[in-house]
Design a protein around this ligand. Structure first.
Ligand code: AMP
Length: 403
């Protein structure tokens, strides 16, 4: 679903297009319409999922209705870095609107912040401690406040900000919209949400996810240096059909594509550092079958609007279990069958366990479903590294997966 169908005003649709975003991420698709409708939202999402735009865009839309430079939206974040980041995003997405915003965080002088507040702002992005300092000096007037966001609520609590956040909550008008985002929704976060939302109807998004039934999952356990060798073999014995390979980083994607090309495998990388024209060409070639292997980062993969993908390969195990679900959801669309293969090194064992916990199933190990047992044993050619006790070794043969 394109951004314009989420109910955003043209100024914001234009701003996200300027950023080069083609499609909203899942958390954006879910939370933007709800937030625009005034609902309280609890979102489970980590950095990298596009959560900032998920709350910033609805805030800007509401502020744009009457940009009067009175404080109407407050975003609380745990760190100075995040504070700057959220402000930078708010300014980028709000570039076609006439709104004022300021970042309030500690470790720098109070004065410029005091001046900005006195001049009048529509949006404040703040860390709790410094915000309280300003509150105690009477620099903040919350009588017009309409929206509060608690971003990275779990980190805020871990960093001991609970008492500060409670004091801030007590100072805000009860009639407001509240959104809370957190990578994990622990009991403490739930308690904070309960207090912040005062029993308002809230919707939880992004918490539970389950992949489609038609997907067959397989985990291949092997040491890190063997991953690329195994991948090349899988691609060679499975030459047909579109494949989407996920890496955690842009650099990792480029490195992998270079390796595959050296191995004689035609593949292309898709990520945010590629020029728009290159990305479009790569996508066209993926669509028309010139290249049937694409190596992408999670964010870049959102823009790949190609349904007919037979195999998703996780070259890195994602850190967020829900990302696994989103990744493998690229295959087996519309009732088709698909294969989701994960290359897992010993240090990724616990991440995989989290994924299996979320999905509520364990996946077969050392089985590459759908591959013939006689085809190329996956014996690592890389030098043997010393292995920890618990290390999981690659098998030398393959069995046919359970169908
Ligand atoms: P966040 O999870 O908010 O930290 O966002 C992670 C990165 O994704 C940021 O660099 C954003 O600019 C980028 N981003 C956010 N939404 C999208 C989107 N719909 N399409 C592509 N990139 C996005």
């Amino acid at each position: 679903m394109p951004f314009r169908e989420l109910g955003l005003i043209p100024e914001l649709v234009r701003a996200v297009a300027d950023e080069g975003y083609t499609l909203p991420t899942p958390i954006q698709t879910e939370s933007i319409p709800l937030a625009l409708g005034g609902r309280d939202v609890i979102g489970s999402a980590q950095t990298g999922t596009g959560k900032t735009a998920a709350f910033v865009l609805p805030i800007l839309q509401r502020l744009a209705q009457s940009p009067n430079h009175k404080l109407r939206a407050l975003v609380l974040v745990p760190t100075r870095e995040l504070c700057e980041q959220v402000l930078e995003r708010a300014r980028a997405y709000g570039k076609h609107l006439s709104l004022r915003s300021v970042a309030i965080y500690g470790g720098v002088g109070m004065e410029p912040q005091t001046t900005a507040l006195a001049r009048g702002v529509d949006l404040v992005v703040a860390t709790p401690g410094r915000l309280l300092d300003h509150m105690e000096r009477g620099h903040l007037n919350y009588s017009n406040l309409e929206i509060l966001v608690l971003d990275e609520a779990d980190r805020m609590l871990d960093m001991g900000f609970a008492p500060d956040v409670r004091r801030i909550l007590d100072a805000l008008p009860d009639q407001r919209q509240t959104m809370l985002f957190s990578a994990t929704i622990s009991n403490d976060v739930e308690a904070l949400a309960h207090r912040a939302m005062q029993g308002h109807a809230s919707v939880e998004i992004g918490r539970r996810a389950s992949p489609a039934d038609g997907i067959e999952h397989g985990i291949y356990a092997l040491d890190k240096p063997a991953k690329r060798i195994a991948l090349a073999q899988i691609l060679k014995v499975h030459p047909h059909g579109r494949k989407l390979i996920f890496t955690r980083t842009k650099f990792g994607a480029d490195k992998l594509v270079s390796y595959l090309r050296r191995e004689g495998i035609r593949a292309a990388a898709m990520h945010g550092d590629k020029a728009q024209s290159t990305r479009m060409r790569t996508l066209d070639e993926f669509r028309d079958g010139t290249t049937n292997i694409l190596v992408a980062t999670d964010i870049a993969a959102r823009g790949i609007d190609v349904d007919d993908i037979q195999m998703v390969i996780n070259y890195d195990v994602p850190k967020d279990p829900e990302v696994y679900v989103h990744r493998v959801g690229r295959t087996a669309r519309a009732g088709a069958d698909g294969l989701a293969l994960t290359l897992m090194s010993p240090d990724e064992w616990l991440l995989m366990a989290d994924i299996e916990k979320l999905i509520g199933r364990t996946f077969p190990r050392d089985v590459v479903p759908g591959l013939e047992p006689s085809l190329a044993p996956l014996e690592p050619k890389a030098p043997e590294a010393p292995r920890p006790e618990r290390s999981i070794r690659a098998r030398s043969g393959m069995r046919r997966g359970r169908r």
